[in-house]
Design a protein. Structure first.
Length: 644
């Protein structure tokens, strides 16, 4: 009877494994609604069958069952991880196999480090489950998944996540329970399985890792994986190719290679003969104050118009003011990328998708507005009420030409909202910095923090905006309430410098739009046109250039962040280096260059730079010059930054 019962349970277990195998490779068996729950039932039932088999002590099965479970584990955590991110059904068979091979290789690496089977598998499962969960939140809050460049920015990510509403889903909780049950089962199985001495196991594992790595990375399937350079495509890439395989593919593409036909001699010749836009005569400001305001945005650009203005002072500015729409490459986060473009004039379009130049590429002295003003006798200082290490600013800023960087550690108690220093308090400290060096030429760069996401209504801020006439949008009400406070603080700042005798220029712009949630986006975009080009509207923030002396008022309909430094220098009547003259030439043909798309001077939209007929070679020249500035240090052309 014992043998008969054991055979029954073996048969059941085999049937469960066959069903699991079919589910792993094909997804037309069940509908999506019940799929995840069915997986849980199968896993739990299989666990019960295995435990009964162990009790019956059926010889050869219990001896080798641990190896079967080891091979099953990568498939299990792959399914759980992709289900957490709602991606599993979109991944094709070949990509599932490729992801499994990468995961199996990872499990073998961990097994090489950790002798005990059940510990190695459990650690691997928990690490990958944690990665999948983190990826789910990153997509939710930032709009794109975890990329290789994010690893270097993990400390910044942890710090900024404190303001977001982190809620674990049912799938995350159930997946964790399954992984823990699996760990318990593996411990039981390992206790009765046939032992292989660890020293004998090492060469087998090393050989397996080597073979799997060579075969997978050189396979046609891996080589055919897509790596698009545009943020809008990255989510879909992960969704259809799998999180692990896509991550490795992006890591493989991380290195920046010289652009086509890159020739240092040709660039030198071009610099010598280049005749660009000449500087105009006029007042040059003694003080240049550049403010990147956290999540500052006019959300009406998405389509829906409001019955009241949330930035009445901003809207009222006309005299001595240049205003317009600034197109950026990020939304809901990644502040440092707008910061990078707006300080250097370089474009993210020519860098690997998802990269953070502050984290990965700035490791030597680099041209920026700060270095420009420093070389012209200005005191160059930066102010940000966050940790100095965020986005490696403490390392990057000296390379860019900042002489002093003030952070939250340099100040005592300040007025805060939602644990963050208010714009009003920030600008008061900015004014003190100015007054400390009054009479000197100053360039002050300031990043605010008040409006940082998330936008949980249960904070220490009373809403002053009521959107009930449109629907129930508490995150938007809180954000617009913050926006009103930002507007008031900007008024206080400009009111102060309006009374200053020294010629002063103030630049204010938003780093990106806030992530208020899909429901708010859906509402805001109802009043607009739904097409590929209109998607760019999600990457528009306002900017202004104000002076306390007479300048020509102007409205700039569209300009991307990489052209902002040249616009600033031109508005201030500063002498233009060759690089900035050239950027103004590029701007005249392609006023918007972002990772969300490109607009030419005729308003034509391009989702990818490869779709542009660069007949006059201006974009190719741009990419070559940027590569020289960023990566070809041996042949860096300093004449690009000289005044002709």
């Amino acid at each position: 009877m014992k043998k008969k019962g054991c055979c029954i349970y073996i048969s059941i277990a085999i049937v469960m494994m066959v069903i699991s195998f079919i589910i792993f490779f094909y997804n037309d068996i069940l509908d999506q609604e019940n799929y995840f729950e069915f997986i849980i039932v199968i896993v739990l039932f299989s666990v019960i069958c295995v435990l009964i088999l162990l009790k019956m002590k059926f010889g050869f099965i219990e001896q080798y069952l641990i190896y079967v479970c080891f091979l099953i584990s990568p498939a299990m955590v792959f399914i759980l991880g992709e289900f957490i991110n709602d991606n599993y059904f979109a991944i094709g068979l070949n990509n599932r196999i490729l992801n499994y091979i990468f995961l199996l290789t990872f499990f073998l690496v961990v097994r090489l480090v950790i002798p005990k089977f059940f510990v190695a598998v459990t650690v691997s499962n928990l690490l990958l489950l944690g990665w999948s969960t983190a990826n789910m939140f990153v997509v939710k809050f930032r709009g794109k998944p975890i990329l290789p460049w994010d690893i270097t920015a993990y400390s910044t990510a942890i710090k900024v996540m404190r303001g977001y509403d982190i809620r674990f889903t049912k799938r995350v909780a159930l997946s964790l329970v399954l992984v823990l049950i699996w760990a318990f089962l593996l411990k039981k199985i390992e206790a009765v399985s046939k032992k292989i001495r660890y020293k004998m196991f090492i060469p087998i594992v090393v050989l397996s890792i080597t073979m799997l790595t060579i075969l997978s990375l050189n396979s046609r399937q891996f080589k055919d994986l897509n790596v698009y350079m545009w943020d809008t495509d990255i989510v879909n890439i992960y969704r259809t190719q799998g999180m692990v395989a896509s991550f490795i593919k992006y890591a493989d593409a991380m290195k920046v290679n010289p652009p086509a036909e890159y020739s240092i001699s040709q660039i030198k010749q071009w610099v010598e003969t280049y005749e660009g836009k000449k500087s105009s005569k006029g007042i040059q400001p003694q003080n240049v104050i550049m403010i990147m305001n956290e999540s500052l945005a006019d959300m009406q650009v998405l389509g829906t118009k409001f019955s009241e203005s949330f930035m009445p002072f901003w809207d009222s500015l006309r005299e001595n003011t240049i205003k317009g729409d600034l197109y950026v490459s990020v939304r809901g986060g990644s502040t440092c990328n707008t910061e990078y473009e707006s300080l250097t004039g370089n474009s993210l379009v020519f860098l690997p998708s998802g990269s953070f130049p502050f984290e990965s590429y700035i490791n030597h002295e680099s041209y920026s507005l700060a270095s420009y003003f420093k070389n012209r006798g200005y005191i160059t200082e930066a102010l940000h009420f966050e940790a100095a290490s965020n986005w490696k600013r403490d390392k990057v800023y000296p390379y860019l030409g900042f002489q002093k960087f003030y952070t939250i550690d340099d100040f005592e108690e300040e007025e805060t909202l939602r644990w963050r220093v208010t714009d009003s308090a920030n600008y008061k400290e900015l004014i003190r910095l100015y007054e400390k060096n009054r009479g000197e030429k100053q360039f002050i760069y300031n990043i605010t923090i008040q409006n940082h996401g998330g936008y949980d209504p249960n904070r220490d801020l009373a809403n002053t905006v009521d959107l009930s006439q449109y629907g129930d949008f508490p995150t938007a009400e809180l954000y617009f309430s913050l926006l009103k406070l930002s507007d008031q603080a900007i008024k206080e700042l400009i009111d102060y410098f309006e009374m200053v005798e020294e010629p002063t220029m103030i630049i204010v712009y938003g780093d990106h739009q806030p992530n208020l949630g899909p429901e708010v986006d859906e509402w805001l975009m109802k009043g607009g046109v739904d097409n590929q080009k209109s998607h760019l509207n999600k990457y528009i923030t306002p900017f202004l250039i104000w002076t306390n002396y007479d300048i020509d008022e102007k409205k700039i309909d569209k300009v991307s962040a990489n052209f902002l430094p040249s616009i600033i220098l031109e508005a201030g009547n500063f002498e233009l280096p060759v690089y900035n003259q050239f950027l103004l030439d590029v701007y005249s043909e392609y006023p918007v260059m972002t990772l969300a798309g490109i607009l030419d001077s005729q308003g034509n939209y391009y989702s990818d730079i490869s779709l542009i007929d660069d007949s006059n070679g201006v974009l190719q020249r741009y990419s070559q010059i940027q590569y020289n500035i960023m990566f070809d240090q041996k042949n860096e052309l300093t004449k690009l930054f000289e005044i002709k």
